[in-house]
Design a protein around this ligand. Sequence first.
Ligand code: ADP
Length: 480
Amino acid sequence: MKIVHVASELFPYMKTGGLADAVAALSSALADKGHDVAVFIPGYRVALEHKDAVGAARKLRVKAELGNDFLSGDVRVFSPRKNLRVFLVCREEFFDRRAPYGNGERDYEDNADRFIFFCKAVVEVLRLGDLQADVVHCHDWQAALLPVLLREAERRHGVTLALKTIFTIHNIAYQGVFPAKTFARTNLPDELYHIDGLEYYSQINLMKGGILFADRVTTVSPRYAKEIQTPEFGCGLDGVVQTRADDIVGLLNGVDSAVWNPATDPLLPARYSARDLAGKKVNRAELLRRCGFAADFSGPIFGIVARLTEQKGIDFVLANADFFIAQECRLVVLGSGDQRMEGELRGLSDVAPQKVHFAAKLDEPMSHLIEAGADFFVMPSVFEPCGLNQMYSQVYGTVPIVSRVGGLADTVIDADEKPAAGTGLMCEPDAASLRDVLQRALMLFSDRPRYAAVQQRGMARDFSWKLAAAGYDRLYQESL
Ligand code: ADP
């Protein structure tokens, strides 16, 4: 099958969160199965500077119509593995920037133009006949315009550009909502600026377009597929998602074992497996050292790696600051984003530097060290489409503490509720419930055999992308 993925992130060329990991692992798994896979991402500065992309062939020049403007760009191509090609859509004005979506707290003002251009460039590559697609699989709002643009281009030019389109919602909280005047930049027929089209409370909503116009819609866990049909989790699009209730499936992301495997992880000081956990102790010691904590500390270390946003339940953690100060435990937080949360976490680590460590940066090696060296991973998200870190944690023998939402509820089993099957601990998404579960974690940690059993069950679970990719493969076949 010829499969084209279109996304704004792809690990290791651009990553701000799980989207990058998911698109990378899915496209690689499909390529390994023998499919012919292409992935389009914008030609961001860091992507072009990546060693794989340096010297990437300039494949073609594209022109895209945005309103009355014709904007040109280059498409560069390289192949990081067999059956997989990466297409970088380049236009310096739009993508030669440090960050993909904005500077710190604010989104770039030209984001609508940037991603409309990106989608139109993909249509042009397909239209120029340089690439054929059985399935065009679009991810999140940045690629959500593509299904309708493709159908419109096919109508206009009397050709077939893609047999089927798939749209995956990785996070419905980010929808790509822009002022009504943006609609003109799409050059779509006026009738699509309508309640049954892209119009959304007198603005345009790109994700809504993806949900309505793709042949099939997926999201990243079965529970989230149901949740986003409710007002509580649908972020205003629950009604729109309901119109596709028969077509929407929730397929869990997997763990990319080439990157996240404690037995082979090159970013760790020591490697280990379920059978021999000695290396995990070495990583724990290195984590204590890196955080400036006393080397002989033997109590539980709680780890957090997250984008600092409301979604991740950081406020529930902050509301329990006194717990981390009073109890015999350590807290390590790696994450950046919301300035207030960064300030409060920094305040907490300033008050108790011997107990709480905070690093406000993106740090891939440190994220691996936390997964490997901590005893518990804390992820009390308000909502969580799938979540990756709770799966990494189980694979790394680090017991996850999660809230009962979305993919977290689908991938973690509470050890107190199901003593024979538990792989983690679960709370409700609120501060008081997190407090209770942190207390339960202390009890679990003090019962070494029980802790070890929970840890072993987590490490024995199969979260591989082989399973996850098989689900997508079936979906493509069915839709074709
Ligand atoms: P989301 O996509 O909502 O951010 P996920 O749990 O699906 O959440 O994926 C988050 C990914 O981003 C994980 O791979 C996690 O390790 C990584 N990550 C988040 N913050 C950082 C950071 N500060 N440094 C390194 N990796 C990070």
